[in-house]
Design a binder for this molecule. Sequence first.
Ligand SMILES: N[C@@H]1[C@@H](O)[C@H](O)[C@@H](COP(=O)(O)O)O[C@@H]1O
Length: 261
Amino acid sequence: MEVVIVADAKAGGELIAEAMAQLLRRKPDALLGVATGSTPLPIYQALAAKVRNGAVDVSRARIAQLDEYVGLPADHPESYHSVLRREVLEPLGIGMDAFLGPDGAAEDVQGACEAYDRELAEAGGVDLQLLGIGTDGHIGFNEPCSSLVSRTRIKTLTEQTRADNARFFDGDVDQVPHHVITQGIGTILEARHLVLLATGENKADAIAATVEGPVAAVCPASALQLHPHATVVVDEAAASKLKFADYFRRTYASKPEWQGL
Ligand SMILES: N[C@@H]1[C@@H](O)[C@H](O)[C@@H](COP(=O)(O)O)O[C@@H]1O
């Protein structure tokens, strides 16, 4: 696993956006897995700036959704389908016809989950999967103790995650759904490149467990240790509990520029 310590969220966003641009120059129809939450926003803003100044062509790019609430109408402003349209596809000028996502409003939720796993495989798999991380180490909505080989399926949110996400529902935790669909950890690990961005002191414990802790379902993000190409980008605050921080800094500083992430 590569760990890159950056000055701040903006620098992290620009670094990852450049890696995505390099991927798209090599593979214009790349399937980009996108995450929600506040952390990835600087990535999308930096990538949109590259599109505006002609530095990258996203006209053939495809977008894959990581997770979705169950029971919210698809047009609900806080359904992840709506959030990604607003925060990613529209700013990048990518049409919804290039968007893959699970149906959070399906009657047969398990059927929708299995269909989505198949859809991702039939699309050739995710080329680069962006990830945030929950304060409890969850990725997507794979909560602690999720199977490390799980597939896309319905999950129940912890009260911690519901509280963390209440800020998107007018601060009212009662409005936050209890159930979600998420790509499983086994599904996520099938992406060819995983790029996790974390910023802020409140993610330091989760990052230390992810990078330096044991591979354990209690910290779902620790599954990144099993992936052949996983990159963790953190600011100093999120890196503050890493024992090997100086080693990671030296390693990245010695890496040739052309290698990218
Ligand atoms: N399902 C999302 C995750 O994909 C995201 O990583 C997490 C952290 O969000 P933030 O980046 O706002 O801290 O929130 C939610 O749980």
